[in-house]
Design a protein around this ligand. Structure first.
Ligand code: C2E
Ligand code: MG
Ligand code: MG
Length: 764
């Protein structure tokens, strides 16, 4: 390590030469190391000049000549080296040397020129100015060397009088300063561009964004700033209500907040660090006074004595005030950079705002401001023994239609708030899609909370002076393995409960999960069952009650599962109806019935098949069944079509048209389960019907329940009036048969006459 010799500005002889045993580099500028300034740009620093000469006398006389010299208001710090090697080392370690005053002839006749060559190869020394001096005019460097190595001046030592030395040094230093400024400006511009890019990706909190801003600003101002602080106006909490985003706080203007002393420091660095989160009153009073005294307008860079400030605007009124504390007035280049940076910063703030909104609405519900499903999931993470609930609200769609969106939104908001205040710290409330709220409670539901919830849900919702009573249901799930499962299970229960005026509640049981699993397995098995002919037709006799003579059969579906068990329709028809799969099953039953009839062409017996309303909704169904019967040579009247009273009563155009088409083609219609469904009397007048099937529930009560008997009698009489046959279902006893005969019911079906049996057996 070679010592660095530093001349005191005032000293002239050897005694005042300080020998600094440091790392070879004299102390340079103080200030933020990350953004260390070029001393060239900092007027507080002396110019650094390296004098290289193998003659100590020359160094001393140079020192003497430059004593107390100021160039453009700044002193000189003379560094010395007595050989080219030593000089090179100093230049490597001190990037801030402005001028090299270099002797050409030292250890070798061209040592100085070789040094120049090496110096120009060093990175980032291109602005260093070089003045060559030689004692022997004969060793003049070629012009070529001067051009190639960007040498400023070449003088013989005798030529360099004190005045000329100072003149030459002044020119060199000014050149250096100029080049450094241009360079700094250029770098600043590059940083502004790069910083804007990195700020745009600063997606985290305002805090990390602000920290990023300060780092950038310190580097843009290349160390001029002693400290930087970012101030934000006070935030207004939004009024509670179902206002959209709402829940993001709105900032007030910085100017107004400053005047009221209610602004806040959001980020700080340098001399202000430690003030993050503090009120602005913690800043120096002089600075605050200066800030209050000037008109803050976006983008303009203000001079506040030695400080500067710039106001940055986001599009949505968000404002940040960037205050720079410096020891000197800002240079025009720095001001321009700051202004440019402010523009980019405002764009970045908009980006951040949009991102925050996106973030917010990805996890919150717009109408109620509560978490949405994704938000709930993120918020609670794991199920961990929690219990989950779903509230299903009925008639919401109707409410929107009758009273409008605003009222519906207010009602939902009211319900959300009610749930939030009930659950309190025990859990989280979220709004799921449409008509659902979800609750995630920290533990199993306490009976008190359950009672409170039922009570709260039973109370009408309040919108202004209106009280809206919406039907609700509450489903629960406990000990689910995951959050999603818990929410889904609770939802399943809420869905299964009919929403009613009286709030109903049901808790998820493992049995329900089994049921769901079984339904899924069932649906998945249908294609294979059709392929393997496991959809079977059983036939149950229909008789004339007067003499028990068989007049026909009802075709009843049986599903042989892959394990050989036989499933009855009650366990699968409704599931298949929900998915539409009942259509292919029904088609198979019709094909089987038609094949059965076809095998006995002479028979007078008919077969009744049960139709699902989903089949009638298929546009091609009437054409298909007509064509199929014709194709198989089976007369339509031998196939009787049973549809339930509730399906028959439906006021759907498609169903009505299909029935008209079928009767016109010669099919006979039978209304199943008559006397239980909605009143279908209106339809009876429109559609031609051949048979009413007196429902089993009426037959069951017919012996002992006078009301059942009265209804049965009415139906029998209605049939007689309309000229429609009446068939009593589910006759199990002689007593029931006797009453039905007495009432004048002509036809019947039931275990008394025979249970459904497999069609093959029937044929045999
Ligand atoms: P449904 O059309 O009213 O059929 C009569 C039901 O009563 C049959 O039940 C039959 O087995 C049963 N039953 C007959 N006599 C008696 C009796 O004396 N006592 C008692 N307790 N029950 C009796 P099953 O076969 O379980 O069918 C239930 C329902 O499933 C049927 O009611 C029908 O609505 C539907 N269904 C049956 N097969 C089909 C089909 O192929 N397609 C469609 N869409 N639905 C079908
Ligand atoms: Mg039936
Ligand atoms: Mg029936």
């Amino acid at each position: 390590m070679s010592p660095t010799h530093r001349f005191s500005d005032s000293g002239v002889d050897d005694e005042v030469v300080e020998v600094l045993e440091d790392t070879g580099r004299a102390p340079a500028s103080a200030g933020a190391s990350a953004a260390r300034s070029r001393p060239a740009l900092n007027s507080a620093e002396p110019w650094r000049v390296l004098v290289v000469d193998d003659e100590a006398d020359i160094i001393r006389s140079t020192q003497f000549s430059l004593r107390d010299v100021q160039i453009d208001g700044r002193g000189l710090l003379l560094l010395q080296a007595t050989s080219a090697a030593e000089a090179l080392q100093q230049l490597r370690q001190d990037p801030d040397i402005a001028v090299l005053l270099l002797d050409v002839v030292m250890e070798t006749p061209d040592a100085g020129l070789r040094l120049v060559e090496q110096v120009r190869d060093l990175p980032e020394r291109q602005w260093l100015r070089i003045i060559l001096r030689t004692g022997q005019p004969g060793y003049a460097p070629e012009l070529e060397v001067i051009r190639r190595y960007d040498i400023n001046d070449y003088k013989t030592k005798s030529e360099l009088t004190q005045t000329r030395l100072i003149t030459s040094l002044t020119v060199a230093i000014r050149g250096y300063h100029q080049l450094c400024r241009i360079d700094a400006h250029q770098r600043g511009l590059e940083k502004v561009v790069a910083a804007s890019g990195s700020l745009l990706t600063e997606r985290g909190s305002l805090q990390s964004f602000a920290d990023g801003v300060l780092t950038q600003i310190l580097s843009i101002t290349t160390g001029l700033a002693e400290g930087v602080v970012l101030i934000r106006g006070e935030m207004d909490s939004p009024a509670p209500g179902p206002a959209e985003a709402g829940l993001l706080r709105k900032p007030a203007s910085v100017q107004a907040s400053l005047t009221q002393g209610r602004a806040e420091v959001v980020a700080a660095a340098g001399c202000f660090s430690g003030l993050v989160g503090a009120p602005v009153s913690s800043l120096p009073e002089a600075l605050l006074r200066a800030l209050r005294g000037c008109d803050l307008s976006a983008g303009a860079v203000l001079d506040l004595g030695t400080n500067g400030a710039v106001l940055v605007h986001g599009h949505d009124g968000d404002e940040l005030l960037l205050v720079l504390s410096t020891q000197q007035a800002l240079e025009p280049e720095t001001r321009r950079l700051l202004a440019l940076f402010a523009i980019n910063l405002s764009l970045a703030m908009d980006g951040i705002q949009s991102f925050r909104e996106l973030e917010h609405f990805a996890h919150h519900d717009r109408e109620t401001g509560l978490l949405n499903r994704a938000g709930l999931n993120r918020h609670i993470g794991a199920a961990n023994g929690r219990s989950f609930a779903q509230v299903a609200i009925g008639e919401l769609h109707e409410l929107r239609g009758v009273l409008g969106e605003t009222v519906a939104r207010q009602a939902l908001f009211d319900l959300g708030q009610r749930l939030v205040s009930l659950v309190g710290d025990d859990g989280v409330v979220a709004r799921l899609q449409g008509d659902r709220f979800a609750l995630a409670l920290a533990s199993p539901v306490a009976p008190g909370l359950m009672a409170g919830l039922l009570e709260a849900l039973a109370q009408p919702l309040r919108v202004g002076q209106m009280a809206l009573q919406l039907p609700m249901a509450l489903g629960w799930s406990e000990s689910a393995a995951t959050v999603d499962l818990g929410i889904d299970e609770a939802g399943l229960m809420a869905t299964q409960l009919a929403v009613g005026r009286q709030v109903r509640t049901a808790s998820f049981a493992v049995a329900v999960r089994e049921q769901v699993r079984a339904r899924i397995a069932l649906l998945s098995d249908l294609p294979q069952a059709l392929l393997e002919d496991r959809i079977e037709m059983h036939l149950q006799a229909q008789v004339r009650l007067s003499d028990a003579r068989v007049v026909g059969h009802e075709a009843l579906v049986r599903w042989r599962r892959s394990d050989g068990r036989l499933s009855l329709p009650g366990s699968f028809i409704s599931v298949l109806e929900h998915t539409g799969a009942v259509v292919s099953l029904g088609q198979r039953m019709i094909e089987k019935a038609v094949q059965h009839l076809r095998a006995a062409p002479q028979s007078e017996l008919r077969i009744s098949v049960n139709l699902s309303v989903r089949q009638l909704e298929e546009p091609d169904f009437p054409a298909w069944i007509i064509e199929y019967c014709q194709g198989q040579g089976v007369a339509q009247h031998r196939l009787r079509l049973e549809i339930t009273e509730s399906a028959f009563a439906q006021d759907a155009q498609q169903v009505g048209d299909a029935l008209a088409q079928l009767t016109a083609a010669g099919f006979e219609l039978s209304i199943d389960d008559f006397g239980t469904g909605q009143s279908s009397l209106g339809r009876l007048a429109e559609v031609q019907v051949h048979e009413l099937k007196l429902d089993r529930s009426l037959v069951r009560g017919i012996e002992h329940d006078p009301r059942a008997r009265r209804v049965a009698r009415l139906i029998v009489e209605l049939g007689r009036d309309l000229g429609v046959e009446v068939l009593a279902e589910g006759i199990e006893t002689e007593g029931q048969l006797a009453v039905l005969r007495e009432l004048g019911c002509a036809l019947g079906q039931g275990w008394l006459f025979g249970r459904p049996v497999a069609a093959e057996l029937q044929r045999g």
